[in-house]
Write a protein that binds this ligand. Structure first.
Ligand code: ATP
Ligand code: MN
Length: 440
């Protein structure tokens, strides 16, 4: 069997646009074979495209012998099909297509590396090795449709509220936040680094455009082998001037509320594919707010897990907390010693004007009020053991009328993991980067 050319053929419709109202009309569809059945004198092909699938029915005697022969296809063959739309209650979507011509544009081996029929889910690493194929699955179509909606809804929400979308550099000359988790790169004959967050640039631009956001990659050189850490992340960064952390928390919870509302309104079929229609529900506002001190007390009393004051909350403690607090909630006023220099200390300087937004056991957001006084910023940098001279260009901006400001960073893949009910964050990214995965 040879391979056909498209020649003059172009798709007239996507599968979702072929509705029972088109009964009797000729259409040209293009896509891939999700499934096929050969019952001797009768063959069925399930043709999928980016929006869904339709049944192609080949009955001996009804279609030409040539078309009937062409109907010998394999999983994920790339086809174009010209045919007549026929209303048929029993077919998926109430329609079948009776083909008059089939073009086989590309073939596949007899055995694909992963199951594409939807009957079983292949092991995740195997799927990631064959990601472009894997992404055609119904499950992945649903996940990334929801991701697209989330990104669109975030933009719609923020743009309506006077935020300006910014873009900031991802290559930097020195270790800006003082973290050790930077990827070094060669920048011609000098060493440079991939950025770990948009923090400093978004603060600077908040002093220009007042309310700013950026949706962009950041890079974390952490050798974490968990189901919630990636080396290349994609974050929503927000910064608001003439505001403190309370204002930011209010904006953030409204954003979460609106985005989930949009997902439910526009992506219910995708939520259903993932069995999340009853779980991903619009959260009530305002979200519960707990202080760090209250959380470590609760974790101690309820679960007998001791967290030394000033330490991060352990994964074990988060897991237990997540069983108790299943939705969205804030943990505020973290010890200053575990917060970065740009976070404003509270009146009692042991504490900080900071918050995390949690979803059950998982951290979605970190944020807080920032230091905006120049001398205080210099002191804070030095107090963390960093050299303020290497921050000179950033610090100078604070001498030009920097307003009080606050903001947050939200991990997009963490959110998709939660909304879609995924077990592993790698499922929420088209091509995940982890310590042991750099391809595809
Ligand atoms: P964690 O403590 O969970 O490792 P973090 O506190 O180091 O995260 P932040 O620097 O606060 O992370 O980054 C802001 C947000 O970006 C986080 O709340 C999280 O949603 C996301 N994020 C951070 N690091 C990662 C990562 N390695 N993989 C995936 N998402 C991440
Ligand atoms: Mn954090």
């Amino acid at each position: 069997m040879s391979i056909d050319d498209m020649n003059g053929w172009r798709k007239t419709h996507y599968t979702r646009d072929v509705t029972p109202e088109l009964d009797g009309q000729e259409v040209i569809l293009g896509g891939w074979v999700r499934n096929y059945r050969d019952l001797g004198g009768l063959k069925f092909i399930t043709l999928q495209d980016k929006y869904g699938e339709r049944q192609i029915t080949l009955k001996k005697g009804v279609v030409s012998d040539e078309v009937f022969e062409k109907g010998k296809v394999g999983y994920q063959y790339c086809l174009m099909i010209k045919g007549k739309v026929k209303k048929f209650e029993k077919a998926p979507g109430g329609i079948e297509i009776i083909p008059t011509e089939i073009k086989i544009l590309n073939k596949t081996p007899d055995k694909l590396p992963i199951d594409m029929t939807g009957e079983t889910i292949s092991e995740l690493d195997l799927r990631l090795n064959n990601r472009a194929l894997d992404l055609r699955s119904l499950r992945n179509q649903a996940i990334f449709e929801i991701r697209g909606q989330v990104l669109m809804s975030i933009r719609n929400f923020l743009l309506k509220q006077d935020f300006t979308e910014i873009t900031t550099p991802k290559i930097i000359g020195s270790a800006t936040e003082g973290g050790t988790e930077l990827f070094p790169i060669m920048y011609f004959d000098k060493e440079a680094f991939l950025i770990q967050s948009a923090q400093l640039y978004k603060e600077q631009l908040g002093g220009v455009y007042e309310r700013v956001f950026e949706i962009s990659p950041a890079f974390r050189a952490e050798k974490s082998h968990t189901k919630r850490h990636l080396c290349e992340i994609f974050t929503l960064d927000v910064e608001m001037s003439f505001a403190d952390m309370n204002d930011v928390q209010k904006t953030l919870e409204e954003l979460v509320h609106n985005v989930i509302e949009d997902v439910r309104e526009n992506r219910m079929p995708a939520l259903k594919v993932l069995n999340m229609e009853d779980k991903t529900i619009v959260p009530k506002l305002p979200f519960p707010r707990y202080k760090y001190d209250e959380i470590i007390e609760l974790v101690d009393k309820k679960f007998g897990i001791t967290i030394e004051w000033g330490e991060d909350i352990s994964t074990e403690a988060y897991r237990k907390l997540g069983e108790e607090l299943t939705g969205y909630y804030y943990i505020t006023h973290w010890p200053m010693e575990i917060k970065p220099f740009y976070i404003l200390p509270s009146n009692n300087p042991k504490y900080s004007e900071s918050f995390d937004l949690q979803m059950g056991w998982l951290e979605l957001v970190s944020g807080g009020t920032r230091v905006h006084n120049k001398q205080q910023l210099i002191n804070a940098i030095e107090a963390k053991g960093l050299n303020s001279a290497s921050f000179e260009s950033h610090i100078s901006v604070f001498g030009f009328g920097m307003p009080p400001h606050a903001g947050f960073g939200l991990g997009i893949a963490r959110w998709i993991t939660f909304i879609c009910g995924l077990d592993d964050i790698r499922e929420a990214v088209m091509y995940p980067r982890t310590p042991d995965r750099l391809t595809p």
